[in-house]
Write a protein that binds this ligand. Structure first.
Ligand code: ARG
Length: 575
């Protein structure tokens, strides 16, 4: 509960007089009760049992009796071990609506993170391949966490830890030199110029086919990667080219999604620093030889060994992650580092974190693997492409196309149809991605994802647009100096309470790294509003009542907008 809440202040003030408990002991306990009949705020007395040396129901009873009629509180009532408070509703509405109205786009923000840095590693695709759907999930979750933490005042650093290093680039260099020029003709892919990433992918495929027939290709590839690691200029030039064309394609998609990174420091960035890391591991007595590879033995912790170097001396994914973590700790001094990476890499992160712990780094306790499940497609075009990774670009294109069809049917005269379809199509995909617990697999069903009446992104955007249209129709500035005692409907009360709990839902979404908490909140807010809107006129004959309702509607619009922004979604004003 926010500290500046005047109702809670009054409650805490009176309780202090009776119990001697400090405000900071009482305030964190107070919450909204599950249903409004029980009161407006509730204090569970169980945690006070020890402190006051009495059973909770007795605590509640005594405190209720002693509670005076106060300025903002009408009465306190004991119910079992709970002390429930009934407050003046018009005052409650005034406090919240004035606050939302005044703070606008900043409502829900706080400064708790001031002076603290949080590093978020997200999307992190592999170059010379297309972005796949799991990179979308990572990008979307990471972006939401970035915005959620930023709104809490943290200094956020977004890193795209590109997969741009490893023996596969040796393979690609060999393949490119051998068949690069024939790619256009002989491979079932488009020319290198037209769709370079697709062509590079084709070269991988060709390499693996050919290597089955001629195993010496593998040796050549290892040699090529060694040259790349050693800084050979020709190998370097080709690799730079692979990276450039890949980033061009990735950035197109990130732009469409509205996702940004502060750094694209991928695995290659750590090449020069790897030896030092390995030396430290050796000095600490952690690195040992096993079957000609350099490893950290993790038997004792029930994990397979963490591989540092292969017998050909090539460094590995884990080594680069250990090195990257050290670098980030020194460079950014983070208070938290989040790795938004699929659940299939759970073991990898457990191993990396364990090694960092064994190296004696205290900050490893602040590293979190924010894992997530798979995206599966229920029906339609996407699922028939068996055996192939589903490409992100195709999903986004399909979403936009499908929204266009809906608009054509529902609102063919809408101006800016293209732009709206883009915002809503992409919003639908983002919301579908965020609206279940991270570790659950997402079953992507186009009908559900794009349902304007379901628990979807388009539903929220539509509700927002509807609110904008009400405000447009009103046509005057929204004022906050209005008579809020006129808001007597139950749904008006519920809306006010929902608006009040927005900051709490964003805190919980950030702290648990579960954007779904905010998704659920927004769905509930939109449902209350839509029910209200279907039963009541916002703009009516009664001028005073209209002004009060418009303020409530405008605050609802504001909170929907703020919430959708935090999820990484756009909010068209007309749909
Ligand atoms: N490039 C990896 C992949 O596509 C993900 C990298 C995640 N980040 C990290 N620091 N390991 O699977």
């Amino acid at each position: 509960m926010p500290k500046e809440n005047p109702f809670l202040k009054e409650i805490a003030h009176h309780l202090k007089t009776h119990t001697g408990l400090e405000e900071k002991e009482i305030l964190p306990l107070i919450d909204q009760p599950p249903n409004p009949e029980m009161g407006d705020y509730t204090l569970p007395c169980f945690p006070l049992k020890e402190r006051l040396q009495k059973p909770p129901n007795l605590v509640a009873q005594e405190l209720a009796q002693a509670f005076p009629t106060a300025e903002l509180i009408i009465k306190a009532k004991a119910e079992g071990g709970y002390l429930n408070f009934f407050v003046k509703h018009a005052e409650l509405a005034r406090w919240i609506l004035e606050k939302v109205h005044k703070e606008g786009n900043n409502y829900g923000h706080s400064t708790v993170g001031r002076g603290k840095t949080i590093v978020i590693d997200y999307s992190s695709p592999n170059i010379a391949k297309h972005l796949a759907v799991h990179h979308l999930r990572s990008a979307v979750i990471g972006n939401a966490l970035f915005r959620l933490y930023k709104a809490r005042g943290y200094h956020c650093i977004g890193i795209n830890h590109l997969g741009d290093w490893g023996t596969q680039f040796g393979q690609l260099i060999v393949a490119y030199k051998k068949w690069g020029s024939e790619v256009a003709g002989s491979l079932p892919t488009k020319a290198l110029k037209e769709d370079p990433v697709d062509a590079l992918h084709g070269l991988y495929v060709k390499f693996h086919e050919e290597a089955k027939k001629d195993p010496s290709l593998e040796d050549q590839a290892r040699q090529a990667f060694r040259e790349l690691e050693a800084g050979d200029s020709e190998a370097r030039r080709l690799w730079e080219h692979f990276k450039e064309v890949s980033l061009k394609e990735f950035n197109k998609i990130y732009r469409a999604l509205g996702i940004k990174f502060d750094y694209y420091t991928g695995e290659s960035f750590y090449n020069e620093m790897l030896n030092d890391t390995v030396e430290r591991l050796k000095k600490a007595g952690l690195a040992t030889m096993s079957e000609e590879a350099l490893v950290v033995n993790l038997d004792q912790y029930g994990m397979p060994p963490c591989l540092l170097k292969k017998k050909d001396e090539a460094s590995l994914y884990a080594t680069r992650d250990i090195c990257a973590a050290e670098y980030r700790a020194t460079e950014f001094g983070f208070s938290k580092m989040l790795y938004v990476v699929g659940s299939e890499q759970r073991l990898h992160f457990k191993q990396v974190f364990k090694v960092l712990e064994l190296m004696g780094y205290p900050w490893v306790k602040d590293c979190v693997h924010v894992d997530f499940g798979l995206i599966k497609f229920k029906e339609g075009k996407m699922s028939t492409r068996a055996g192939r990774v589903i490409l992100l670009e195709e999903v986004l294109k399909e979403a936009i196309e499908r929204v266009k069809e809906v608009i054509q049917e529902k609102n063919p005269n809408l101006p800016n149809k293209e732009e709206m379809a883009r915002q809503v199509g992409i919003g639908a995909v983002i919301f579908a991605d965020l609206s279940s617990r991270r570790t659950r697999d997402v079953l992507f069903d186009w009908k559900e994802v794009l349902n304007f009446d379901g628990e979807t992104g388009p539903y929220l955007q539509y509700t927002h647009a509807r609110l904008c249209s009400v405000i447009r129709k009103y046509g005057r500035p929204v004022e906050s100096a209005v008579d809020l005692s006129l808001l007597k409907e139950k749904d008006e009360y519920l809306l006010v309470r929902k608006l009040e709990s927005f900051p709490k839902s964003t805190v919980s979404a950030a702290e648990t790294c579960e954007p779904v908490v905010l998704c659920n909140y927004l769905i509930e807010l939109a449902s209350i509003f839509n029910r209200y809107y279907n039963h009541h006129r916002i703009i009516g004959k009664n001028e005073e009542l209209t002004r009060a309702r418009i303020l409530l509607a405008d605050c609802t619009r504001q909170v929907l907008r703020n919430g959708l922004y935090l999820l990484g979604m756009e909010t068209p004003e007309e749909m």
